[in-house]
Each structure stands twice: as C-alpha cells, then as structure tokens.
Design a binder for this molecule. Structure first.
Ligand SMILES: [Zn+2]
Length: 299
C-alpha cells in the first residue's frame, strides 16, 4: 500500500510558520516514500473559518513549494458522513446524552485527567430514561471511555499510552449545538481518504489515543503518527497565531520560500548548515531520525 499523507489546515487565519513546518514534514514524509498528499480544510468552526482564508492557505502552500495531489471536501460538507459514524458508534459502544456544561463539570468534585480537565462524572452517564426525558434543552452526545489502555508508537516521541477511563474520561462526539467535534471528524475523514500518515504538531499527541479508539470502533485502518515538535522563539515561548511577524503574510514580504524552508530544515536538524533549499531538494536529505526532539527555536 502506498503512502498517503495530508495537509489539514484550519482556515481561520493566515498560515503560521509552525503550520508550515508541520506541512513540510508531512510532505517530505509522504513524498520520500513516493506517496501522495491530499489537502483537506478543517472548517468545523464555520463562524471563524472562511473561504478567503482557505484560498490564502492554498497560495501559501504553493509559494512554499508544497504541492498536493488532490483536495478533498472540507469538513463543513461532511455532516452526513459524521452522522453515519455516530450511528455506528451507538451500535458498538455506549453513546449517551449529556447536559453537563463546562461550569457544572468544574464544580463537580471529580478526579482530573492527566491534562487537568475534570473527568466526566459517571452520574451523568447513569441517568435513567425517565431522568433524561425531564432534562431541558438539547444535549451533547458523549462516548463512554472504557477501562482500556491504548498504546501506540509515535514516529517522533516513541511509545505513548493512555488509559481512556482515567486519562481522558467520557468524551464529546457531538456538541449540544449540533457541531461534531474534531476527534470524530478527523478519524472519519482520514479513514475515508485512505490516509496512512498523520504528521502534525505535538500539541495533538495526547488526543491520539481517543482517535485510535474511534478508529477501532469504526473499523477503520489505523494510520501511522508523527507528532512534530513545537517552534519557539529564543526564550522558549511557543510561537502562536498572535505573532503577526511569524505569519506567512509578513514572512513572504521579507524572505524567499527557499530561505524559510532552509531555516526550518536547519533548525530542526534535517540539514547541517543554514542555506536556501527547496522542498524537492530537501527530499534527498530527509530522514525522520534526523529530526530534533524537543522544542525548536527558530528566531
Ligand atoms: Zn455529562
């Protein structure tokens, strides 16, 4: 089976240098195996995402020399597929209505997951049909987290495991306002597109066990994962969308694309000295083992 990688940007703003780094690594990973790259807009947040931003991202990718083979439908057009997946999950596991709010979850004297959010209380899951009928307003839909440890090998960070019950807790699939959550959409979309490689920022490492659990319940093949380190400034602060100087709009005014690719390749350990280089030229230098572990300072 040949490799299928993907760019999955959220078109809610201009592309950032950190996004460009993740897309560069995704592109190198797929192309180094002679595989294809698909583009998908992750625009579940229809209030913040626009076609104008989506077009800006396409132009920035082309400018960087990161071409893709095909663009697949954006998430805002995929509601039917997510509804079908939710129906299948109802058959395979315990999907239940939940009226908890962020405020009520914080008030509950519940244990906390490893990332600090309150674990969803069992009392909500154990409500009777009678009690559910009396609840007011539309519920969110949650999936019961079983006492199951999901373990996988990340291509960058190595072995990673999480017990779904104690590390994460019951998690939302569809919000009360009807919007499907990223965790479900990404699994359904990657599965439908035959994606075999997921390369993305390490801030998503901790959500991977949930996604693998959904893959298994939905009978989808599990992709391989590489979570790439975060880019930081010289003081170790994570670059964010708030740093206008790090968005492609500003960077394109000051640099050639090969200079930016060269900077990312050098600071991340792919090449030995900083020099202008195109993604195509970088292909012969690319090996995942060269990538630095830990944060990468770029300014
Ligand atoms: Zn609840």
């Amino acid at each position: 089976m040949s490799a299928v990688g993907r760019f999955a940007p959220t078109p809610s703003g201009r592309m950032h240098l950190g996004n460009a780094f993740a897309y560069l690594m995704a592109w190198l990973s797929a192309r180094s195996e002679g595989g294809e790259v698909i583009l998908r807009m992750e625009d579940l947040d229809t209030l913040r995402c626009t076609e104008e931003y989506a077009e800006g991202i396409r132009q920035d990718l082309r400018w960087l020399g990161l071409e893709w083979d095909r663009e697949i439908p954006p998430q805002r057009l995929r509601t039917e597929a997510y509804e079908a997946a939710l129906a299948l999950l109802r058959e395979k596991a315990n999907v239940f209505p939940c009226w908890c709010t962020r405020g009520s979850l914080n008030l509950v004297n519940a244990p906390h997951a490893t990332d600090g959010h309150p674990i969803h209380p069992a009392s909500c899951r154990l409500r009777s049909e009678e009690e559910r009928r009396r609840m007011k307003g539309a519920p969110a839909w949650r999936l019961e987290a079983p006492d199951l440890t999901i373990c996988f090998t990340d291509g960058v960070y190595g072995t990673y495991s999480e017990n779904l019950k104690t590390g994460c807790g019951d998690f939302v699939l569809r919000r009360a306002d009807g919007v499907f959550v990223y965790q479900l959409a990404v699994v359904v979309d990657d599965g439908a597109a035959g994606v075999t490689q997921v390369v993305r920022g390490c801030d998503l490492l901790s959500s991977t066990p949930r996604q693998l659990y959904l893959c298994r319940l939905l009978g989808l093949p599990e992709p391989s994962y590489w979570h790439v380190p975060m880019l930081t400034d010289a003081e170790g602060r994570k670059l964010s969308k708030r740093d206008a100087a790090m968005d492609l709009g500003q960077l394109r005014r000051e640099h050639r694309p090969e200079e930016l690719i060269g900077l990312l390749a050098f600071r991340s350990g792919l090449i030995d000295r900083e020099e202008a280089i195109s993604p195509k030229e970088l292909l012969c230098e690319f090996r995942w083992e060269k990538l630095k572990k830990g944060d990468i300072a770029v300014v």
